[in-house]
Write a protein that binds this ligand. Structure first.
Ligand SMILES: C[S@@+](CC[C@H](N)C(=O)[O-])C[C@H]1O[C@@H](n2cnc3c(N)ncnc32)[C@H](O)[C@@H]1O
Length: 449
């Protein structure tokens, strides 16, 4: 029995998939943010429900050997890297255990992943940063991240997961906005100009800067653009995205290119990819190369003879890597701009054995089934695959499925549906989102004989 606001001593018996410490009082599970498996802590109960309680860490009485001093001054304030208080390798093992637990609980899958590919240098790995704008106590525009569980912006001057180049340009835009009296959008009053800044960086340190505004035309916009271009020779593209909707969606429907083109060219496994500001592209280049290499390795020996569908193909990054190895690739993607990028990327890389189609996988899949498909690669968004798609795959007896996922829970659910028809041959994890609880996984399945 625990009571609200009570401070109690707890033994942390495990950590859940979000990294929260788990303790038990009688039969009630208590989640403690920031506590590590094996620790004894003092924590204050902040929420009690019928099935569980939540407590705030007050003091670590007996620390785990895996506890380290977080390298970031904003740890526990901003809602970002939740595993910064743990040794990196211990964090990787935690993700592996949590993944296997999810497979077992949700998918009822009798398979344990044993490999997680971490990074040698797990910092400065993001090639895309998006920060909301807020207003400081001194009434200045700031960029940062939302405070945990809130929409208050914590001003951030530097961040471990972004590169120095990106930090410099974001801080510069902030300072120039303040010089020019360009204000931050306020969610309550729905006034103010700048909502977000988004920066993409490619392998050659070239940058695309997207300024998301609440207004069609912001004060002194031309001066802001000129100052950015004069200061940073590596900024190749500046986009204004106008979002006048009062909701949590970051990008609005209309964009205007203020400098350069709406594209930045990045490189994966020796192939070039043009990416427009609205297209999805994996956020960690080095780990993406690892992930895609695993997709290619798992095609098996007769890859050259294979016709492959790449479902949810984005700008064609997996498709074009596949095209180098297989007979033909059919890419399907819902976002028209991304399919245009994919087609241009095929031309850019002299690839002629890949074709791309705009639409929902669930609407188009059956049209491809009679094309002698040997393998389907899927890399869906977090909500996973529509059951209709899985049924089409099962009915068509497609021999091999390579499922890339950023959400263990929906992967486990979908593998549960495929179970009985397909055998899991391999599951590996790739640490794409280092120091957070996120993980990318790749499952290879073959049709049961
Ligand atoms: C996780 S991303 C994968 C993109 C690509 N495979 C890559 O590695 O860059 C998922 C993609 O699925 C697209 N998408 C979301 N729902 C879809 C649907 N129902 N049918 C087709 N594509 C969809 C998104 O626009 C996004 O580009």
């Amino acid at each position: 029995m625990v009571n609200l606001n009570q401070t109690i001593q707890l033994n942390i018996i495990s950590q859940n998939y979000e990294g929260l410490g788990v303790a038990k009082v009688d039969d009630l599970v208590v989640f403690v943010d920031g506590a590590i498996k094996g620790e004894t802590v003092k924590a204050k109960i902040t929420k009690v429900t019928k099935n569980y309680a939540v407590a705030k860490l007050v003091e670590v009485i007996k620390a785990s050997p895996n506890r380290i001093k977080p390298l970031c001054p904003y740890f526990n304030i901003c809602g970002g890297c939740s595993l910064l208080h743990m040794d990196y390798v211990a964090g990787l093992n935690l993700k592996l255990d949590a993944f296997n637990e999810t497979l077992r609980k949700i998918g009822k899958i009798d398979y344990k992943a044993t490999k997680i590919y971490g990074m040698e240098e797990p910092h400065s790995y993001r090639n895309k940063i998006q920060m909301p704008a807020g207003t400081s106590d001194k009434n200045k525009l700031v960029f940062g991240y939302y405070k945990k569980d809130s929409h208050d912006v914590v001003a951030i001057e530097d961040c471990l997961v972004q590169s120095d180049n990106v930090t410099k340009v974001i801080n510069f835009v902030k300072n120039v906005c303040n010089e020019l009296n360009i204000t931050a959008y306020n969610e309550q009053t729905k006034t103010g100009a700048i909502r977000h800044i988004l920066v993409r960086e490619n392998k050659n340190s070239e940058l695309m800067v997207v300024i998301v505004t609440n207004e069609e035309k912001i004060n002194n916009e031309d001066i802001l653009v000129e100052k950015i271009i004069n200061k940073f020779g590596n900024v190749k593209s500046i986009i204004k995205n106008i979002n006048t909707m009062h909701n949590n969606v970051i990008l609005g429907a209309n964009s205007i290119c203020l400098f350069g083109k709406d594209e930045i060219v990045d490189e994966i496994l020796g192939l070039k990819f043009k990416i427009s500001h609205k297209s999805f592209f994996q956020i960690n280049r080095r780990q993406t190369e690892k992930l895609y290499s695993l997709v290619l390795d798992n095609l098996g020996e007769n890859a050259k003879e294979m016709n492959v569908i790449d479902g949810y193909c984005g700008v064609g990054s997996i498709s074009l890597c596949l095209a180098k190895k297989v007979k033909h690739v059919y890419g399907i993607e819902i976002v028209e701009e991304a399919i245009n990028d994919a087609k241009n990327n095929a031309v850019l890389n002299n690839i002629t054995n890949a074709s791309f189609y705009v639409g929902k996988v669930e609407d188009l899949i059956d049209d491809f089934i009679d094309k002698n498909i040997d393998c389907i690669v899927v890399d869906p968004p977090r909500k996973g695959i529509e059951e209709k798609v899985l049924r089409s795959i099962i009915n068509a007896n497609i021999k091999k499925i390579i499922y890339v996922s950023c959400n263990p829970a929906t992967l486990a659910r979908d593998l549960g549906i495929l179970n009985g028809y397909y055998d899991v041959k391999d599951i590996s994890l790739v640490d794409m989102f280092c120091m957070t609880n996120g993980v990318e996984s790749i499952a290879t399945l073959s049709l049961k004989r």
